[in-house]
Design a protein around this ligand. Structure first.
Ligand SMILES: [Zn+2]
Length: 178
């Protein structure tokens, strides 16, 4: 079934997973413009996330709808608007897309275990008519994540208060402002 040599396959995969594919560039530029800073293709994290925002403990994956089987029902093999499994070599494509989806899930599970949030941005969400809305929503989610992480510290504050009950009121209100 697989007639490609290892080198050919590597070259193919490299072309397919090219680092500067257009959808990824849209997300990078959109977030940069909104003041977010990130690292690219972090090699040490599972799945080599396309963008890594350390401050937000967040990894962003920009997924092609076809390769990652966006909205495809793998159980009943129902195509979606943005991912139509080819009729030719159907079983091959089903197996391939299923593997990709399982790998995505596994990588995100491992990232979550390591304390990372994951955001998946789909290619179809970046078409011109939806682009700005999608970027706004990513920015909103990132700010929300930051606030939540930050609030977790505030919530744990009463325990500290109990231990250090002798802190004068003035100092305490200073602490609360932080
Ligand atoms: Zn899609």
């Amino acid at each position: 079934m697989d007639k490609l040599t290892v080198q050919q396959r590597h070259a193919n995969m490299a072309a397919i997973r090219s680092k500067d594919t257009k959808p990824e560039m849209i997300v990078r530029r959109g977030l940069w413009k909104r003041g977010f800073r990130y690292r690219l293709n972090h090699k040490r994290l599972p799945g080599h996330p396309d963008l890594v925002l350390r401050k937000y403990r967040t990894c962003i994956f920009v997924n092609g709808c076809f390769w990652h089987g966006h909205l495809v029902n793998m159980e009943h093999l129902e195509n979606s608007q943005c991912c139509k499994i080819p009729k030719t070599n159907h079983d091959f494509w089903v197996a391939k897309i299923r593997r990709n989806k399982e790998r995505d899930k596994e990588e995100q599970r491992r990232l979550a275990e390591m304390g990372w949030h994951c955001i998946t941005v789909w290619e179809c969400e970046l078409k011109p008519s939806k682009r700005e809305e999608t970027l706004e929503s990513i920015a909103f989610t990132l700010n929300h994540i930051w606030l939540q992480d930050h609030q977790a510290c505030v919530i744990s504050y009463p325990e500290i208060e109990e231990e250090e009950i002798h802190i004068p009121i003035a100092a305490e209100s200073n602490l609360k402002q932080e």
